[in-house]
Design a protein around this ligand. Structure first.
Ligand code: AMP
Length: 273
């Protein structure tokens, strides 16, 4: 932490703009485009790598979450990132740690929070800490985690943090599958089936844009996700800003969001209409 603070203080004294890209490591091309975007918005870029125990439920994959630190640092050095901030759990949550940021609003709309009730308190607490530690002018978050992006934007606004939250579009494989550190859990057969998630989203978006009933489009879309071999968690149309449920295209800009499990792997994705 003293090294981080010294670097940040030096850059600030020189009037440099600082960007932060928070990650849990196991970096892929999606993360790297976030770094590129941060480099366009700031002249110093910090990438944090921290697999945050506070956002995993006991039955989730904290222990087995992929960790590829050496390769991550090599990739970031190749991109010219200025600093990798990789604190350990003991320094983030030392004995006696007793404060949590518990977000409401977009964190309580019944999407990710429905099946992961403690997730956003874990995310909001660690993101608040990272934003305070790194004091960036901008922080880049992926639209891939659309609800998280909304929660973090709200958090920065509500806590008067002087950081602009910048959204980054989702980076996909050629077949449409959104890049995710968890994709490496997929068996070859699951990997082959997985692009169905984005295909269904894209079809639903096209049909809704053409005027079809949201309710019936989503019902058929849910069936298509399940026939591709997934267990559907949710497929929903929400207001793109508030994440409130939406039943007609006249109610505002729409975001379609999906979460589904294939084998043991839970995947999420979303598209705008
Ligand atoms: P994670 O390491 O999964 O916590 O993700 C770190 C950041 O990268 C988050 O802001 C994610 O939304 C973003 N991200 C993850 N996957 C992608 C992707 N395929 N395209 C763009 N951003 C992504």
């Amino acid at each position: 932490m003293p090294t981080l603070r010294k670097a940040v203080a030096r850059w600030r004294a020189q009037g440099e703009r600082i960007g932060l890209v928070p990650t849990m490591g196991a970096l892929h091309r999606g993360h790297l485009t976030l770094v590129h975007l941060a480099q366009r918005r700031a002249n110093r870029v910090i990438v944090s790598i921290f697999v945050n125990p506070a956002q995993f439920a006991p039955h989730e994959d904290f222990k087995t979450y992929p960790r590829t630190f050496a390769a991550d640092v090599r990739a970031l050095a190749g991109l010219g990132a200025d600093l990798v901030w990789a604190p350990n759990a003991e320094s983030m949550y030392p004995g006696g740690f007793a404060t949590q940021v518990v977000p409401e609003g977009p964190a309580k709309v019944g999407l990710e929070d429905a099946s992961r009730p403690h997730f956003f308190a874990g995310v909001a607490t660690v993101v608040a800490k990272l934003l305070i530690q790194c004091a960036p002018d901008v922080a880049v978050f992926g639209e891939k985690d659309f609800q998280q992006l909304k929660v973090v934007t709200q958090l920065a606004r509500d806590l008067d943090l002087p950081t602009r939250i910048v959204p980054a579009p989702t980076v996909r494989e050629a077949d449409g599958l959104a890049l995710s550190s968890r994709n490496r859990y997929l068996s070859p057969a699951e990997r082959e089936a997985a692009p169905a998630l984005h295909r269904v989203l894209a079809n639903c978006a096209r049909e809704i844009a053409a005027g079809a009933s949201i309710h019936s489009v989503l019902r058929k879309g849910g069936q298509a996700v399940e026939s591709a071999g997934f267990i559907l968690d949710y497929l929903e149309a929400r207001h793109a800003e508030t994440l409130a449920p939406i039943t007609s295209i006249a109610e505002g800009p729409i975001r379609l969001l999906v979460a589904a499990k294939i084998g043991k792997t839970r995947l999420i994705d979303n598209v705008g209409i």
